[in-house]
Design a protein around this ligand. Structure first.
Ligand code: C2O
Ligand code: CU
Ligand code: CU
Length: 421
């Protein structure tokens, strides 16, 4: 990979001194016990993004671990939960900073009956964003970052800047990709290749979706894709993030720039292609909803006077209050949620504790049905778009929902859902 600022050194905040944090690689049915010792100078939690863990084990902002304190998280991963997840801090108001200083890691739950042939080599790509000042330090957020969401000046893959991966001519690889950035939208495309989508946040699709020129990965989303080396030996390709306009102010950088993420170099020795099964997973439709919920995303100028106020980011006109319950759901009830974005920038919506099924997306009066069933815990709601999904919560207790632009989450674009009997 390329060097960033030779001769400087950078202080990160980390899990186990690693950026990204250590891979947690487990099987369905496993009971996981993880001890966190907080050696930061501020409170933290660990949140298991996308996993159906009990609320008390999910690192909610209401359950902080003080500096110098420690705790053990424990949960059992149910059969059916195989997928690509991640973990990151979730303390009240400080998530954004703890993540941009280095705290996030991948958590894979594997199935013992995974249908993808094991001969298909797996690669894990944790994409994160790093901003370095000229002296190598990680600067704090600017007022503009707090509005638009922070983007860095280096996009890293597994903590490296523009690394080189290899593939054999003819080979298929399974890439699990995580967008662990605070706010950057990744419009992924691999030069000279199409991608076959096989999985989303919560696991495999019913069947592969081949021939994609690009895949949009909003902050916190994951995908599993198959990359097939259809060029000849010594060829080379670049995984890039194409320009994406997510609205708001001052977003000229990522709205207009193509960013190389990694180089994929072909080796000389070819290998035989391995066919994918036609059926990957049986995803049952969640069924007919018996209740509905509606949330509205908005933004506006807050108090401040003379145009000097900060933008506020709200859900249903409210800012997060850890002691307030905003919504109530009945356990095991099939719900339909409608998320309406009335602001002029995109916001990725995330709900804790379960996976949902997107039903439709409406923009400019045009409704598009979701083309296939998929398990997601995060969905982008573009500026002035409305997204409908179905969801069931299976455990009692309090769950968070929020925008996953972490600057927005940390400033209160978040609510509390209480799941009751
Ligand atoms: Cu990825 Cu509430 O978080
Ligand atoms: Cu989460
Ligand atoms: Cu947002």
């Amino acid at each position: 990979s390329k060097a960033m600022l030779p001769g400087t050194s950078t202080e990160f905040w980390t899990y186990n001194s690693l950026v990204p944090g250590p891979l947690i690689d487990v099987f369905e049915g496993d009971t996981v016990r993880i001890r966190l010792e907080n050696r930061l100078s501020q409170q933290t939690t660990v949140h298991w993004h996308g996993l159906p863990v009990p609320p008390a084990q999910d690192g909610n902002p209401m359950d902080p671990i003080a500096p110098g304190a420690s705790r053990t998280y424990e949960f059992t991963l149910p059969v059916g939960s195989a997928g690509t997840y991640w973990y990151h801090p979730h303390p009240h108001e400080m998530t954004a900073e703890q993540v941009f200083r280095g705290m996030a890691g991948l958590l894979i739950v594997r199935s013992r009956t995974d249908p993808i042939p094991t001969a298909i080599e797996e690669k894990l790509l944790v994409i994160s964003d790093l901003r370095l000042a000229a002296d190598g330090t990680i600067p704090p957020n600017t007022p503009m970052d707090w509005q638009t969401g922070r983007e860095g000046n280096y996009v890293l893959v597994n903590g490296q800047y523009q690394p080189v991966l290899t593939i054999k001519p003819g080979q298929s690889q399974r890439w699990r990709v995580l967008n662990a950035t605070n706010a950057r939208y990744l419009r992924l495309a691999l030069t000279g290749h199409t991608l076959t989508l096989i999985g989303t946040d919560g696991g495999l699709l019913g069947s592969p979706v081949p021939g994609l020129d690009e895949i949009l990965l909003a902050p916190a989303e994951r995908v599993e894709v198959i990359v097939t080396a259809n060029l000849s030996s010594a060829a080379s390709a670049v995984l890039r993030s194409l320009p994406y306009d997510r609205g708001g102010m001052g977003m000229m950088g990522s709205a207009s720039t193509t960013i190389p993420l990694l180089t994929l170099n072909y080796t000389s020795a070819a290998t035989a292609a391995i066919a994918l099964p036609g059926a990957l997973n049986s995803i049952a439709d969640l069924g007919v909803p018996t209740t509905t919920k509606r949330l509205v995303f908005s933004s506006g100028m807050g108090m401040g006077g003379m145009g000097g106020g900060m933008m506020s980011f709200l859900i249903d006109g409210k800012s997060f209050d850890p002691s307030r319950v905003d919504l109530t759901s009945r356990v095991n009830e099939i719900e339909q949620w409608t998320i309406e974005n009335r602001s002029s920038m995109d916001h990725p919506f995330h709900l804790h504790g379960t996976q949902f099924q997107v039903v439709s997306r409406t923009r400019g009066g045009v409704t598009v049905a979701e083309p296939f069933l998929a398990w997601r815990d995060t969905v982008n709601v573009a500026a002035l778009e409305t997204v409908v999904f179905k969801v069931v919560q299976r455990q009692l207790g309090r769950r968070m929902y929020h925008c996953h632009i972490l600057e927005h989450e940390s400033q209160g674009m978040m609510g509390v859902l209480e799941v009751v009997a």
